[in-house]
Design a protein around this ligand. Structure first.
Ligand code: SF4
Length: 490
């Protein structure tokens, strides 16, 4: 979230997951939303929430429950049992350390003159500060510091002059600049909206007589729903029992202007998801194959840094013929409340979370594949661990190009000066992380990875699909442990 100083109390840089559901037969949806959020947990581990309402009940009644923590920490069976309603929306949220509060957890529930709406948002608006100011000058009082509330206010305001809730959503979206995948429940409709560039994924699923709108297809699989289709960039979809799925493409841009976040394929999304028809797993395998073609090296073993480096490592192995193997054991029980070792302590966060299989690497020349290097501190430690376990050579291959620029659309890349690739050559980076060689994926390979879909490459090239804001204050809030924690959660 990019903000001016008046809002810098909100330092959240989110990447979130959304899950909305409407059961036309009137069955309760809260427990299914819960399992949907479980499948989206990798998109956000700081807070989560569910809001439901009964479409045959009073229009203003929305039951919501949210809290800080993982889905299984926040919800108990009794919470879900009390949440009666056949339409609802859920959200998982990620934010940087020290910046998360319960008030900022989603979904947001807003009462307005035509009823109550609940909203869950994934993405980052670059004009949120201006929009917020504009609303404040006209009397709005905000309860949270997240830009999702700005969207909710605009929808409520537009609803006064619109024929329908979906028209209000579309009119509100036309004021937004940046990345958003939204799920909104109005008293009788489930509405989804994706920004015209399509930065964030959003898809539609169906199970029996209920419809789902969610961030990733893995959530559909988890609840036994079938994939219907992706919400298109610039599309507003409305789902109701009377009309099924209705589409409004008023905001759509020419196809070549779309700009999906390539990082969804490289790292964010779960490998068993498909985004806009492209398998995330297959795109990672492809990235590994490209690395093998473009940065070959002789070695005895290819391995991935778990979890997100594994598919690319397999791709490298398939293209090079070098055997693929597991070299790391991850401790899956390191949760959100993990107490980080002090700098002076002999334990390191990396070693607590990850150990090397000595038998797998001793005496071998190892190619280690990772999805990215941000600051380099984690890579440096992992390379050292491989050497300590007896690897004779460690060659690092990265399945993305070097990060050189900030992201304004919801990814918490730190300020340029904190990026290891800033002002350094690849040889210099290689030396810092202590590897024998280092290779990155070429920028020209990214589009091939996404099977030719138009993509955003801003954080690698500095060329953004839209004019970025002048001010960037995100770096100072970035937690260097985050790279590792997020890697470990995948
Ligand atoms: S700048 Fe990078 S991380 Fe941000 S949306 Fe574009 S590709 Fe994704």
């Amino acid at each position: 979230m990019i903000q001016n100083n008046s809002y810098d109390a909100d330092t959240l840089h989110e990447e979130c997951g959304v899950f909305g559901m409407y059961d036309f037969d009137g069955a309760d949806v809260a427990s299914t939303i819960y399992y949907g959020l479980f499948a989206l947990q990798h998109r956000g581990q700081e807070s989560c929430g569910i809001a439901v309402s009964d479409t045959s009940g009073p229009k203003g009644k929305v039951l919501s429950y949210k809290g800080m923590g993982l889905v299984n920490e926040v919800f108990a069976p009794e919470n879900l049992e009390q949440m009666k309603g056949d339409i609802g929306v859920g959200h998982v949220r990620y934010s940087t350390a020290g910046s998360s509060t319960r008030e900022n957890a989603q979904p947001l529930v807003l009462n307005y003159v035509k009823g109550t709406l609940a909203l869950a948002h994934n993405g980052n608006l670059i004009n949120a500060p201006q929009l917020r100011k504009e609303l404040e000058y006209t009397g709005a009082i905000f309860q949270t510091t997240i830009d999702s509330e700005v969207i909710a206010y605009y929808i409520a305001r537009e609803r006064l002059n619109s024929q329908s809730a979906e028209e209000a959503v579309r009119r509100a979206c036309q004021r937004l600049k940046g990345a958003y995948a939204l799920v909104v429940t109005s008293p009788r409709k489930l509405i989804g909206a994706r920004d015209p560039y399509g930065f964030k994924p959003l898809c539609i699923g169906k199970r029996d007589n209920s419809y789902i709108i969610t961030s990733e297809t893995c959530a559909l699989d988890t609840i036994g729903a079938t994939f219907v289709r992706d919400v298109l960039p610039g599309e507003v979809v409305t789902i109701s029992p009377e009309k099924g799925i209705e589409s409004d493409m008023t905001m759509a841009l020419p196809k070549e202007k779309e700009a999906r976040c390539i990082f969804e394929y490289i790292y964010f999304a779960r490998p068993d998801s498909h985004i806009d028809g492209v398998s995330v797993y297959a795109s990672r395998i492809k990235a590994g194959k490209f690395l093998a073609q473009d940065s070959p090296v002789e070695a005895d073993l290819v391995t991935g840094v778990p979890e997100s480096g594994n598919a690319a490592a397999l791709g490298y192995s398939l293209a090079s013929g070098i055997p693929y193997g597991t070299a790391f054991v991850k401790n899956s029980y390191v949760g959100r409340t993990f107490i980080k070792p002090k700098q002076s302590s002999r334990e390191s966060s990396v070693q607590v979370k990850l150990n090397v299989l000595r038998e797998a690497v001793a005496g071998k020349r190892v190619i280690m594949i990772d999805d990215s290097i941000v600051r380099g501190t984690t890579s440096d430690r992992i390379v050292r661990m491989l050497r300590d376990a007896g690897a004779t050579e460690v060659h690092v291959r990265i399945s993305s190009p070097p990060f050189l620029w900030p992201c304004y659309f919801g990814t918490d890349i730190p300020a340029r000066e904190q990026l290891i690739a800033y002002n350094r050559t690849i040889e210099e980076i290689c030396q810092i992380i202590g590897a024998d060689s280092l290779g990155y994926l070429g920028i020209d390979r990214l589009k091939e990875m996404a099977e030719g879909l138009p993509i955003c490459t801003g954080c690698f090239t500095g060329k953004y699909p839209m004019e970025p804001p002048k001010q960037d204050i995100r770096g100072e809030y970035y937690d260097k442990e985050i790279d590792l924690e997020r890697k470990m959660s995948r």
